[in-house]
Design a protein around this ligand. Structure first.
Ligand SMILES: Cc1cc2nc3c(=O)[nH]c(=O)nc-3n(C[C@H](O)[C@H](O)[C@H](O)COP(=O)(O)OP(=O)(O)OC[C@H]3O[C@@H](n4cnc5c(N)ncnc54)[C@H](O)[C@@H]3O)c2cc1C
Ligand code: SF4
Length: 495
């Protein structure tokens, strides 16, 4: 695989990016293409390690280690090194329906498990993945491939995020007649109304949706199942139903002053922004503007980072991102060995942009929010915070403890809550009688994906809780196989 001495000869390189101060002037994707000679070198770094952990995709210490889709990474690294792009594309599509999404937004647990990364820098797998599929589209190699035979079986998929789309794509390949129902006005779930355009251009999502439609999948938008159409109607009209509604209930921050104006959930901020951007290039003003404001983002995760980057593009005056946990270490700690997911400090695109603009990383660690204070008009003007430290309580659990005298008042006119999600909504489960697990997700065994209701399956965040695009695709594919087996008695769809 690759060049036997490649990992000794070539240094790791990732895709170049448009500079932070330049890219914040627009909403375009900031990752730039890598040229072919460089990609060959990077593919050559794959060391033929014999037991490639990069494609194992198992949970180690609760985090993904290796690719959950079991992408055939060493194979396509080698094919890219040898310039055999079309075969590389075929091998990539064999395990991943949407490499153009993962190649842009996946946090690449594959790279954390790469053998070269044990004592060097891992192979730049994600960039190679994106480059293969982007080349496939550019060369016109990716065309609709409708099934040759239809089975006459009908399947309804509720929700058009990566789980629903992957499930629909696989079921359609197997010849079933698939309809995807989506309550939003556009298809894509969080690929469209979650991840901002500069990370994943919505034209890239639509291009894939158009391909799926050309392959025979029907998409119905602006239709909320359980409200605009009964879920029982789907059961009546179809041979199976797959629930892929995501994990959409946002965690709130019920502290004093929460009712003040100017405090919003991150998803409201991000969704309105992308909708307005797509509808009118933000000309309709139908979004929450951060322009000229001191923005406080509460939540140090990826959603918080998307809020930072979006606020910057609006032209905010300042932006702070608060995190209740400590800063991660710069290098792997003894308790986090390879090939586990590396729990190390990540400086993501939004933080790079804030640092370039305001000369400091926007994140503040070990900070807890105490209360919001408003002005006479009922609009937020201050957030009162306190520093905390994590201590072990009598039951042995780590709990936050306030540091006396560390209170601080942050001036703000826009607060964005990016505190994660508590689980899926109730509507579909209540109507269908679907059992839930202890975390309130749909109860279905991983790999089996069937709920307690005959003919009703589930996939993605709705089953596993808020997760990653790569897991959603994995679950969508797995569920399609299980639905196919349910309908036909056996399935040729891959696991
Ligand atoms: C802001 C943000 C940024 C993220 N960034 C990344 C990232 O960079 N990389 C990454 O890997 N992951 C990221 N994630 C996580 C990732 O987007 C999700 O794990 C993934 O989209 C889950 O896919 P899904 O198909 O299960 O659900 P979703 O993508 O949530 O899609 C569910 C869809 O179902 C629809 N729906 C729900 N109920 C109904 C109903 N009753 N009727 C009709 N339609 C319904 C919803 O409108 C939605 O479109 C991010 C998440 C957020 C919130
Ligand atoms: S999908 Fe994610 S984990 Fe899998 S190869 Fe691509 S970047 Fe790596």
């Amino acid at each position: 695989m690759g060049k036997a001495t490649g990992f000794l000869e070539y240094q790791r390189q990732t895709a170049a990016e448009c500079g932070p101060l330049e890219r914040i002037k627009n909403w375009d994707e900031f990752l730039l293409p890598m040229d072919e000679d460089k990609l060959k070198e990077q593919g050559a770094r794959c060391m033929d390690c014999g037991t490639p952990f990069c494609h194992v995709g198992r949970l180690l210490s609760g985090m993904a280690s290796g690719c959950p889709l079991h992408n055939l990474i060493p194979e396509w690294n080698d094919l890219v090194y040898r310039g055999n792009w079309q075969v590389a594309l075929k091998r990539l599509h064999k395990t991943n329906n949407f490499p153009e999404f993962t190649g842009r937004v996946c946090p690449s647990p594959c790279e954390g498990a790469c053998t070269v990364g044990m004592n060097g820098s891992p192979v730049t797998i994600k960039t190679i993945e994106r480059s293969i599929v982007d080349r496939g589209f550019a060369e016109g190699w990716i065309v609709p491939e409708p099934p040759l035979v239809r089975t006459g079986r009908r399947v309804a998929v509720v929700g058009s995020g990566p789980a629903g789309l992957a499930c629909a794509a696989q079921l359609n390949k197997a010849g079933h007649t698939v309809t995807v129902y989506e309550r939003a006005d556009r298809i894509g779930g969080l690929l469209t109304y979650g991840i901002p355009n500069m990370k994943l251009d919505k034209k890239t999502v639509q291009r894939r949706v158009d391909l799926l439609a050309a392959e025979g999948i029907t998409f119905v938008t602006r239709t909320e199942i359980g409200k605009d159409m009964a879920a029982s109607q789907l059961q009546e009209d179809n041979d199976a139903v797959v629930l892929c509604g995501g994990s959409t209930q946002a965690r709130d921050l019920p502290i004093e002053g929460r009712e003040l104006r100017g405090i919003h959930q991150a998803m409201e901020f991000l969704t309105l922004n992308t909708k307005s951007l797509l509808d009118s290039g933000l000309a309709d003003g139908e979004y929450l503007s951060a322009a000229g404001k001191d923005v406080v983002v509460i939540g140090g995760g990826d959603t918080g980072t998307d809020c930072v980057a979006t606020s910057i593009r609006h032209g905010c005056r300042s932006v702070i991102q608060l995190e209740i946990m400590p800063q991660s270490p710069l290098t792997r700690q003894a308790g986090n060995p390879w090939p586990e997911w590396p729990k190390v400090l990540k400086v993501d695109y939004g933080q790079h942009e804030a640092a370039a603009l305001y000369k400091e990383d926007p994140r503040r660690y070990l900070v807890s929010s105490k209360r919001f204070v408003g002005d006479d008009g009922g609009h937020v003007q201050e957030l009162h915070t306190v520093r905390i430290e994590w201590v072990r309580n009598e039951q042995g659990r780590m709990v936050p403890q306030e540091v006396p005298g560390s209170e601080e008042v942050l001036k703000t006119q826009l607060v964005l809550l990016a505190l994660g999600f508590t689980g899926p909504e109730d509507t579909l489960f209540n109507e269908l009688g679907v059992e839930r697990d202890e975390r309130s997700n749909a109860k279905a065994e991983f790999g089996v994906q069937a709920t307690n209701i005959e003919g009703v399956f589930t996939a993605g965040d709705m089953r596993r809780g808020q997760s990653l695009v790569v897991w959603a695709i994995q679950e969508g594919r797995q569920t399609a196989r299980e639905v196919d087996r349910y309908l036909m008695g056996a399935s040729d769809l891959p696991k």
